[in-house]
Design a protein around this ligand. Sequence first.
Ligand SMILES: [Zn+2]
Length: 265
Amino acid sequence: MKLIDLISFLHTVAPAHFQEDYDNAGLIVGNSQAEIKGVLVCLDAIEEVVDEAISLGCNVIVSHHPIIFRGIKQLNGKNYIERTIIKAIKNDIAIFAIHTNLDNVYFSGVNGKICEKIGLIHTSILSPKPYVHYLDSEVGAGMIGQLKKPVNVIEFLTNLKEVMQLKTIKHTRLLDRDIFKVAVCGGAGGFLLNDAKKRGADIFITSDYKYHEYFDADGDIVIADIGHYESEKYTIELLYDLIINNFSTFAAHYTKIVTNPIKYF
Ligand SMILES: [Zn+2]
C-alpha cells in the first residue's frame, strides 16, 4: 500500500480544497509513492512524535496540525519545527496533515466528533460556506446541535468535564436557563460567537479565548473555553478509527505522547 492511497482515502473524508487559505494541510514531508510500513496518528507532529514513530517502525505520521505553516528559508535545526523536519527526512518518515479540511466537513470531522462525545442530536454546520456541499451536507466551521432534553447548566458542565476529560473549564457567567442548544468548534473558534448566538445556542464550547473576548458573551450565551488540545484530542481517535477501519495491510498506532504545550499546575 502506497502513501498516496492513504492520502487519497483521507481526502475522500476531507477534501484538501476545503482547507482555509491560511492553512498548510497536505503532504508536508515525504514521498507519496513510498510504501507504507506503519502509521502513527497525532495532533501535533513534533520531534518526540517522530521519535515515537521511529520506535514503532512507522514511516508515516498523520497529524491534525501541520508542522509547517509559514515559509522556511533555512533548515539548520534552530527551532522545534526545523528539528522535526530534519529528523523526519533523515529517518524517511512522511508527515501528512489533515487540518481545517477536517474541521470543515460534516461527516467524520473534528466537530462531529465533539458533538458525538457530548451527545448532541440534530447537528448541522454552525457557519456553512455558501453554495458548498459535500455528500449532500454543508461544509464550514463549527457545529451546532441539541441535547435530547434541556439540562441544568451545572449538570451540563459536570458532564462536559467528564466526557471531554477536562481538568478545568474557563467560562463566562452562567445564565438563568437550562442548556439545550449547544454550539461547538474544536480549536480557536472565537470568530463563530455571533453565529452561535444567532442560531440560539445556550452555550458555545471552543478554545483559545482572550480576556476581552469573554465580555462578548454579553449575557446572551455562555462561552466555555475547554482548551485547544482538549477540544481536539478526540480527533486522534477519529483519524485512527478511520484508518484501521479501512486499511489492513499496515499497522496503525495513535500517539501516547500528550503534545499539549500548555500545562496545568
Ligand atoms: Zn487545532
